[in-house]
Design a protein around this ligand. Structure first.
Ligand code: SF4
Length: 369
């Protein structure tokens, strides 16, 4: 096998010619690198660039972010999912302002001590923002190493993690971390893709052991497939005098501090309509009646397939104020104002459906389906 020097040179040369023009690559400003790296976890690049520009308009620098409300941060994050990332960004910004004079540290050790920053993000900030000689390993890089070096280990296992990080450190050319680490990520995104790697244009093809042995389809070694867990839920959109009822989830809950229509899991032997009535009573002490079905949406969260049955409901007894048992706040508001609140993806999908169907809450007889 040719030396790692020639491999690195081929990769760096390819990156200098083929890298994509991404907004944070113009200045490598640490704040921008940090935000882009958090957004890129679990999200496609084309979506991230849109969200990134929007984010920088809303929170152009770390001080602005640190002094912003959690609601405005969650609203800007809406659509990216995994909301703990957004909450950690805000927590981290506050710590940076208070303890680091508003600067993002360059040291991997200091970065690792910050909220929401793990080994990958610490390596990415240290190397990409500051060009420190710190390796990074993400799923792209694991896949490249598994193929390039013919590593027969299941990614994600402790043994594989240890070896991938070791290889990343060994291959890293000193003084070139910013470009080298990004070159590996770019190669994984553009050429050595999970399916159909484009080996004929690969800059490191001559070094690739999986190509040499014709075992690309077997690298990386497949994980055991995870079973998809179906979950059936029901929710109710309560309307009264043209206003809709929403509640804000508890801060430490799943989707903490996001807004929602009350509802929950359908119990055994329970009809979805009964679930809605029960959940309203348990969560808000409001007695409601189901008027009609609005729709059923399906949404996938990691391993879960959530089927959400949605109903239009009205108050069975008027005059009672809600007493919250599963939320920190509530609001009555017109449909158009829902756009100002951050909702979990399943409920946002529901809102978009209602908007597209032209449903009018002033005339509940105009039902979507
Ligand atoms: S030759 Fe093919 S499998 Fe090997 S690193 Fe390049 S793209 Fe990936």
């Amino acid at each position: 096998m040719p030396t790692s020097t020639t491999l690195n040179q081929s990769l760096l040369c390819w990156f200098s010619e083929q890298q994509r023009d991404l907004p944070w690559r113009h200045t490598y400003e640490p704040y921008q690198v940090w935000i882009s790296e958090i957004m890129l976890q679990q999200t496609q690049m084309d979506r991230v660039t849109v969200f990134f520009r929007r984010w920088m308009d809303a929170f152009p620098d770390l001080a602005t972010l640190a002094n912003s409300s959690e609601q405005s941060v969650l609203k800007s994050w809406e659509g990216l999912g995994y909301y703990s990332r957004a909450r950690n960004i805000l927590k981290c910004a506050k710590v940076l302002l208070k303890e680091h004079q508003g600067k993002i540290p360059a040291s991997r050790k200091q970065l690792l001590a910050l909220p929401g920053i793990g080994p990958y993000t610490a390596g990415a900030i240290a190397s990409i923002a500051y060009n420190r000689d710190v390796p990074v390993v993400d799923a792209n890089i694991e896949r490249i190493f598994a193929r390039l070096l013919n590593i027969d280990l299941i990614p994600g296992t402790p043994e594989a993690k240890k070896l991938f990080w070791k290889k990343a450190g060994e291959l890293l050319p000193r003084g070139e971390a910013r470009n080298f680490n990004q070159a590996l990520m770019e190669l994984g995104a553009l050429v050595c893709r999970p399916k159909n790697p484009n080996c004929p244009i690969c800059p490191v093809a001559e070094h690739c052991l999986a190509l040499k042995y014709d075992i690309i389809q077997e690298r990386p070694t497949a994980k055991k497939s995870k079973t998809v867990i179906p979950i059936d839920m029901a929710t109710g959109i309560l309307h009264h005098n043209g206003l809709l009822f929403i509640q804000q989830r508890l801060a430490d809950d799943v989707w903490g501090s996001l807004w929602e229509f009350p509802g929950g899991r359908i119990k055994k032997n329970e009809q979805p309509e009964q679930t809605v009535i029960r959940e309203f009573l348990e969560e808000t002490e409001l007695r409601v009646e189901v008027e009609s079905k609005i729709t059923t949406t399906i949404h996938h969260y990691t391993r879960y397939k959530v089927t959400l049955h949605c109903y239009l409901v009205k108050l069975a007894q008027s005059g009672n104020a809600p007493v919250l048992h599963a939320a920190q706040d509530f609001s009555w508001l017109p449909f158009e104002d829902l756009r100002n609140f951050a909702f979990p993806a399943g409920h946002r999908k529901l809102i978009n459906f209602i908007k597209a169907s032209g449903f009018n809450f002033h005339q509940p007889s105009c039902k979507p389906d």
